[in-house]
Ligand binder design. Structure first.
Ligand SMILES: [Zn+2]
Length: 156
């Protein structure tokens, strides 16, 4: 064995170049010349013989779509959620309207839940302090938005 015998003789380099230009793969060139594939790759690299990459480029970066919830006030929904989450034993009790008022006295600070029958003489509104962002007080908000029952009739 000639330990110092160069792997790449002039003849082999010529073969390498011709095979490379012929379009042979590194494996095929290696087999043809009788050297390892790694040797072919290394030599091609040193000779700066590189093939143009085709289709190996990474796809262009696409900005990931952010799925953010749409901004916007969901105050009423949140309010209802809070109301329903609270466990209050008085929830099912009749709502006490201690500040009843007439239609003309209604304003933003008064629950507009109608008491009694519309058109009746004693017709009035609840008048309690409404929940923030809601037209009704806490008790009437529950009644108004209770799923399955729009209006509750006092039991008994
Ligand atoms: Zn009310």
């Amino acid at each position: 064995m000639f330990a110092n015998a160069p792997t790449w003789t002039t003849a082999r380099i010529d073969l390498l170049k011709s095979h490379f230009e012929a379009g042979l793969s590194c494996r095929e060139i290696a087999a043809s010349i009788g050297v390892s594939r790694n040797a072919v790759i290394g030599k091609l690299s040193r000779l700066r013989l590189t093939r143009e990459t085709t289709g190996d480029e990474p796809p262009p970066n696409r900005p990931a779509k952010e799925r953010r919830p749409k901004p916007g006030p969901r105050r009423q929904y949140e309010m209802l959620r809070v109301v329903y989450r609270e466990k209050d034993p008085a929830d099912d009790a009749a709502v006490v309207s201690e500040h009843r008022c007439s239609l003309f006295e209604l304003n933003q600070e008064r629950c507009r839940w109608p008491i009694s029958t519309p058109g009746a003489e004693d017709f009035c509104f609840c008048g309690n302090t409404p929940l923030k962002g809601m037209p009704y007080c806490r008790g009437h908000t529950r009644l108004a938005y209770r799923p399955g029952s729009r209006q509750r009739v006092a039991r008994g």
